[in-house]
Design a protein around this ligand. Structure first.
Ligand code: PEP
Length: 249
C-alpha cells in the first residue's frame, strides 16, 4: 500500500521571514491532516531554520540538490552527509531546471542518486520529456532512458524506498498541467518499466506528478491509480493552496 507524498519545491524563492511565515501557515492549516506525506524543500541556506520551524509537526524536510562528492575542495557544494546532518530526508535530483541550466546528464544524476542512497537519504528523482520530445512521441523513450541511468547501474533495489517525480518539462511553471489521463499513462509506463526488473519494488515506489499542480487541478490528478502525490513548485509558496493539494492527496 503506497502513501502519497506532496512535496513543495520552493526553488530560488524565500527569505528568513518568508520561511518563518510560510511554515507557520502550513503548521496551522495542516494540523490534523493525515494519510499523506508532506515535505518542503526550501533553498539550502534556509534548511536549518526550516528544520527548527517544522519541529514537532509531520512536515518533513527536503532539499533541492546535492553534490556527488562527500567532502573536499568543491567550492559552493553541499554533500549528502551535510544534508543528513541538518535533518533533511527527501532530496530532489534531476530537476529539469538543473538538467537544462547546469547541463546535468543522466549519468551525473545517477551518481547523485547513489550518493543519497549510501547516506540513507531518499532521492526524489525527477524525470520528464520536453515539449519537442512530447510532440515527437518520445515521452516513454526519454523517461525510460532517465530511469535506466539508475536502474541499469544500481538495479531495481535502488528504487526501494525512493521517489520518482514525473515532471513533463512543458508543464513546469507554465500553468499547463498534463491531463490526469496523460499523466496516468506515463506513470503506469514508469511503474511497468521498473516492474520488468522487480514487480514488488515497482508496486511500492512513489511516483509523484509535477508540473503546474495547483489547488484547482490536484484532486482530479490524484484520482489516478498510479499518481502518488505531487512535486509542487509555484503553488507550494502559498500555505492555503499547498494545503488544498495535500488534502486532495
Ligand atoms: C517543479 O518545479 O518541480 C514544479 C512542478 O513547478 P510548478 O509546480 O511551478 O510547475
Amino acid at each position: 500500500m503506497r502513501h502519497p507524498l506532496v512535496m513543495g519545491n520552493w526553488k530560488l524563492n524565500g527569505s528568513k521571514q518568508m520561511t518563518a511565515e510560510l511554515i507557520e501557515g502550513l503548521r496551522k492549516e495542516l494540523s490534523g491532516v493525515e494519510g499523506c506525506g508532506v515535505a518542503i524543500a526550501p533553498p539550502t541556506i534556509y534548511l536549518d531554520q526550516a528544520k527548527h520551524a517544522i519541529s514537532g509537526s509531520h512536515i518533513a524536510l527536503g532539499a533541492q540538490n546535492v553534490d556527488v562528492n562527500l567532502s573536499g575542495a568543491f567550492t559552493g557544494e553541499v554533500s549528502a552527509d551535510m544534508l543528513k546532518d541538518i535533518g533533511a530526508k527527501y532530496i530532489i535530483i534531476g530537476h529539469s531546471e538543473r538538467r537544462t541550466y547546469h547541463k546535468e546528464s543522466d549519468e551525473f544524476i545517477a551518481k547523485k542518486y547513489a550518493v543519497l542512497k549510501a547516506a540513507g537519504l531518499i532521492p526524489v528523482l525527477c524525470i520528464g520529456e520536453t515539449e519537442a520530445e512530447n510532440e515527437a512521441g518520445k515521452t516513454e523513450e526519454v523517461c525510460a532512458r532517465q530511469i535506466d541511468a539508475v536502474l541499469e547501474t544500481q538495479g531495481a533495489e535502488a528504487f526501494k524506498d525512493a521517489v520518482i517525480a514525473y515532471e513533463p518539462v512543458w508543464a513546469i511553471g507554465t500553468g499547463k498541467s498534463a491531463t490526469p489521463a496523460q499523466a496516468q499513462a506515463v506513470h503506469k509506463f514508469i511503474r511497468d518499466h521498473i516492474a520488468k526488473k522487480d514487480a514488488a519494488i515497482a508496486e511500492q515506489v512513489i511516483i509523484q506528478y509535477g508540473g503546474s499542480v495547483n489547488d484547482k487541478n490536484a484532486a482530479e490528478l490524484f484520482t489516478q491509480p498510479d499518481i502518488d502525490g505531487a512535486l509542487v513548485g509555484g503553488a507550494s509558496l502559498k500555505a492555503d493552496a499547498f494545503t488544498v493539494i495535500v488534502k486532495a492527496a
